[in-house]
Design a protein around this ligand. Structure first.
Ligand code: PRP
Length: 188
């Protein structure tokens, strides 16, 4: 683990998550919200964020993978190479109709995942749909996509920790760290 470099410390994360929660609380004052986490990376962020939003709240989760991710899982390095093809692996369990949906992501990168998920959720005809992304890597965008709430804008580095993985490892790190030499054909 010694090659990992801290990019955003646990203290910085905690401070920013508190600010984001306060903003969401103000924006939806007096209303109910549903937090929809994108598995698996957003799980830790969602749990920290939602506990600081004292509104009438429920949770749901959605899962996706890309064709490239599946194909790369069979390769020795276990990494993945995004081809842009996204597939639903787990749908939400509740109707989003008429609800204030907060779509929670750990990182907004190419924008392919959120473009796909937003389309699915908008079909439910929610009352509102807002994207909450802890990290934003705008230099990597392939689809026009903006989050409504962004924690940190980061450079094009491969990051792990606080829910984010490399070949499923490092999700449990409390800090967000740069992994300097990930074996990937397309950096993510
Ligand atoms: C990551 C992240 C987002 C997505 C963003 O998920 O959690 O869901 O990639 O990338 P994009 O903007 O390029 O689509 P990943 O597919 O690594 O799965 P995970 O959440 O299970 O780690």
């Amino acid at each position: 683990m010694s090659e990992l470099q801290v990019l955003i410390s646990r203290e910085q994360i905690a401070h920013r998550v508190t600010e984001m929660a306060a903003q969401i609380t103000r924006d939806f004052a007096g209303q109910a919200v549903i937090f929809v986490g994108v598995l698996k990376g957003a799980a830790i962020f969602l749990s920290d964020l939602a506990r600081q939003v004292p509104l009438d709240s429920t949770f749901d989760f959605i899962g996706v993978c890309s064709y490239g991710q599946q194909a790369a899982a069979a390769t020795p390095n276990g990494g993945w190479d995004s081809t842009g093809e996204v597939r639903l692996t787990k749908d939400v369990e509740h109707s989003m109709a008429g609800k204030n949906v907060l779509l929670v992501e750990d990182i907004l990168d190419t924008g392919l995942t959120l473009t796909y998920i937003k389309k699915i959720l908008l079909n439910h005809q929610p009352r509102s749909l807002r994207v909450v992304a802890l990290l934003d890597k705008p230099s990597r965008r392939q689809k026009p996509m903006q989050a409504d709430y962004v924690g940190f804008t980061i450079p094009d580095k491969f990051v792990v920790g606080y829910g984010m993985d490399y070949a499923e490892r490092f999700r449990n790190l409390p800090d967000i760290c740069i992994l300097p030499n990930p074996v990937l054909s397309s950096e993510k």
